[in-house]
Design a protein around this ligand. Structure first.
Ligand code: HEC
Length: 463
């Protein structure tokens, strides 16, 4: 069997790796989705302008266009930042995604290049072009930006629901997986809504009388109508994801359930305002209210992305690769040979640890826990376990996948468990200058027993 690959290590201090990725990811998703919805809205308003609707042309050539430009540029930059950070944190996951979807990824990139070119061409030359060319260019921009969502969405959805691909059904089965359509349609509805909300903010800044603004707002708010389908799409998504993930989202894990509630609550408020207030009752919305709704939408996006990422735990690719960049098959092997026996990277501050056992414990933490925990910052291991007895700690670490189902099985041997336990105790004690070694044969035998009892399979199956 090939040896487990070890990639260079990155540390983010009190922030855990997931938070770093999440932070960049949320900004990226928000901007990129707005860039898509904004593009569709620009095309719609251009059609209106060409049919003689007053002020529509001024809207298309005004601030809104600049916002779309800024967001696809910043969206592109944060997109690159995303891949850059995910490669630092999960090189093996990204490697697997590129191996599996190489040409689809290239296809996504081509659409993205078209989007950028069409968008910039419209921004730069739009006012000088004839009607037909303007329409075509905007259609190309909106179509290409949606296509880049189409392609990347399949790859991201595959991470959560690889389905038949796991049985060797091939690339297309992986791409058009169970959560492909619900998440594509959901994101499309979100994109259109964001376009509509930003448009309402921008229309309020235009130099028009109230009637003129109201007329444009009525048109723009139609774009948020797909929000009405969002509960259905969200339900569809919930239905196709693995049963254990669904249970966490629906009460099994309170932090995740709360995020689901925040996302659903904020979306319902926005949806109710837009559909009942703006579309049915034809109310007027001022700039402040539109901005407030937009901030709510940002909150909903953030909560939604957190849930989507969280639902995949303990995997980065369901059934194939754990968040620790270890495959399920490799766990059994690491139980034999030790978690860090072949880890080639030294600790950055090795002289800090008074004994070899603590050095080993720190390395085990880095290899097996650091992807989702920190010691003292976010999801802090020292704090989560501070009140536990030593025995309780040993048991819970040895039976990690049963302690919480969103953790992978412990991928090391009994001496690794004990080294990690000592390391956590030493950190909790304030890192004193000396620390006794703990190698009582009885302790190790007990841990061994627990490791054997719990086995190396995860609690949730591959689906
Ligand atoms: C895939 C991500 C992931 C990995 C890897 C992971 N954990 Fe966790 N762990 C979590 C999450 C999420 C929680 C839940 C935190 C909460 O409920 O507040 C958690 C909770 C815990 C808890 C508290 C359990 C409780 O009942 O309160 C302990 C202890 C723990 N983890 C130890 C570890 C150790 C030790 C490792 C490494 C050997 C590890 N975890 C690896 C995600 C992970």
């Amino acid at each position: 069997m090939e040896s487990v690959p070890y990639y260079p290590v990155n540390e983010f201090g009190p922030l855990m790796k997931g938070l770093v990725i999440g932070g960049v990811g949320i900004v990226h998703v928000f901007l990129a989705q707005f860039a898509i919805g904004g593009g569709m809205l620009l095309y719609y308003f251009e059609r209106l302008a060409q049919r003689g609707v007053p002020n529509a042309r001024a809207f298309v050539d005004g601030y809104f266009k600049i916002l779309v430009l800024v967001s696809f540029v910043v969206g592109a930059l944060t997109g690159v930042a995303m891949w850059f950070t995910t490669i630092q944190v999960g090189a093996r996951t990204i490697g697997l995604m590129i191996d599996e979807f190489h040409w689809l990824w290239a296809t996504e990139w081509v659409w993205f290049a078209i989007e950028i070119t069409a968008g910039y061409a419209f921004y730069r030359f739009g006012p000088r072009l004839d009607d037909t060319t303007r329409r075509r260019l905007l259609l190309l921009y909106a179509g290409a930006s949606w296509m880049s969502l189409f392609w990347i969405n399949g790859i991201l959805a595959w991470q959560l629901t690889p389905g038949a691909w796991l049985d060797g059904a091939g690339m297309w089965a992986g791409f058009f997986n169970a959560s492909f359509w619900p998440s594509l349609l959901f994101r499309t509805a979100v994109a259109a809504t964001l376009g509509a909300l930003v448009a309402c903010v921008v229309i309020n800044t235009m130099d028009l009388d109230r009637e003129g603004k109201a007329a444009l707002i009525r048109r723009a708010s139609r774009f948020a109508a797909p929000m009405a389908a969002m509960p259905l799409l969200a339900g569809w998504f919930m239905y196709v994801i693995p049963a254990d993930s669904r249970q966490w989202l629906m009460g099994g894990s309170m932090p995740m359930t709360m995020f689901v509630a925040v996302a659903a609550g904020a979306s319902t408020l926005i949806g109710a305002y837009v559909v009942i207030g703006l579309i049915v009752k034809k109310l007027y919305i001022n700039g402040a209210t539109a901005t407030l709704l937009l901030v709510l939408a940002f909150g909903a996006t953030a909560a939604g992305e957190f849930v989507r990422e969280g639902a995949r735990k303990p995997y980065t690719v369901r059934g194939v690769l754990y968040s620790t960049s270890i495959t399920p098959a490799e766990v059994a092997r690491l139980r034999e040979e030790g978690a860090v026996t072949r880890d080639p990277y030294p600790l950055r501050d090795e002289s800090r640890y008074p004994t070899p056992q603590l050095v080993r414990g720190a390395k085990v933490h880095r290899a097996l826990c650091d992807a989702c925990h920190t010691l003292h910052g976010a999801n802090a291991l020292v704090e989560l376990t501070r009140t536990w007895t030593d025995e309780q700690l040993r048991l819970n670490v040895a039976k990690l996948q049963r302690t919480k189902a969103f953790m992978p099985p412990f991928a090391g041997n009994a001496a690794d468990v004990e080294a990690l336990v000592q390391f956590l105790r030493w950190e909790a004690a304030g890192a004193p200058a000396s620390w006794p070694a703990s190698d009582a044969p009885g302790t190790l035998a007990q841990i061994e027993d627990w490791l054997d009892q719990v086995g190396t399979s995860p609690v949730g199956g591959p689906r």
